[in-house]
Write a protein that binds this ligand. Sequence first.
Ligand code: SF4
Length: 468
Amino acid sequence: MSSPNDKPGEACGVFGIRVSHAEAARLTYFGLFALQHRGQESAGIAVSDGTTQTVYKNTGLVAQVFTEPSLAALTGHLAIGHTRYSTTGSSNWANAQPIYREVNGNGISLSHNGNLINTAELAAQYGQLFATTDSELMAEAIAHEMRINDVGLVAALQTVLPSFQGAFTLTILDNTTVVGVRDPMGFRPLSLGKLGDGWVLASETAALDIIGATFFRDVEPGEMVVLASDGLRSYRPFEASEHRLCLFEFVYFARPDSMLNGSNVHATRRRMGEHLAEQAPAEADITVPVPESGIPAAQGYAARSGIPIVDGLIKNRYVGRTFIDPAQSMRDRGIHMKLNPLRQELAGKRVALIDDSIVRGSTTRQLISMIRDAGAIEVHLRISSPPYRWPCFYGMDTGDRSSLLAAGKTVDEIATYLDVDSLGYLELDRLIDATQLPTDSFCTACLSGDYPTPVPLNDPKFILETID
Ligand code: SF4
């Protein structure tokens, strides 16, 4: 599935909660709303009242999947939730999460954000029955361990988790417990919050804010936290590892009002724009953000360069991921349905156009053409991250190398393809500097080619063909 606006597909959002009343599912619903940007293909909640577990999930946005009657039926004090963007497996109902397995008269449900890199090994070890995704494979492996050794969820996880390799942030529910897991490198975020005498797990801190929980701490890479009836327990089932949070969470994926490793995402994006203005100045009359993801960087760019920021592109706020792509004959109108140029601001101007990233490029090319048609006399494109040249194996849908605009191209060649008067990308060290976090705390693979784990080099994702 392609992504609009030349962005990679988001990662998925996970949520988990233990409270002392029966409204855990309703709070999960609100939490999933806050995580909607991480996945729009399906949404689901699994809830337990201590003895019985119920899972409700479907394709669509959170607001489409759940109704007042369906939520009212989901009673219990324990719940997990998921918003999905498919990175493996097809995007259909069967792949919606949480995934449920019946085990020894108990039930386990699992929500996953990430992507495993050793699925072939795991499939051989545990069998592929009922597993078309890496997430299902994990649920199968956990259930298998519980069955054959007649152990509970926490014991099974301690045995099975070390066999998983790659990116996996998980929330897992059995009839009496909620568990949160972050893989040893911590590719994807997971935060822990306090709500009254209860506990909350969420992919991003913004989801804690929205339900009135207070941020307690991040779940650490390699940590498993158990929200048990007698309080919070922490386990370390993995060998120690270097930490590699996805740098793209700061660039594009995470909400601006979330905190990652203690750094605010919006403030970081502003700093990226400030760095960009220093590193790649433009002779321009106005700074124009590509809404909405380019706005914070454009604010920083304008503030540092002194070039005033104006709303030169108006976004149709009702066009989201459920937008039905127009038929081929109307496809070049697609960008107009999402963004419309404000001719009054653009005509006769030299434009510094700011966006956070370009993955495939075709939408950006149309956008430049549209801005020129609206009367701009020059377009200087500035991107607040380095060229995106390598595919992601850790849970982002970026497509194959052949579909990445910058793969195998120089910056000048990219500028020619996009038809801009000049093009500047933010350097990697400046991008990391903007996060105010240590350089070695990040995965930068899609920007640097430096993969923190072995990756399948024979994967079709690596094949680089000529882009037309
Ligand atoms: S490859 Fe890129 S998108 Fe994937 S985890 Fe690493 S930084 Fe994030």
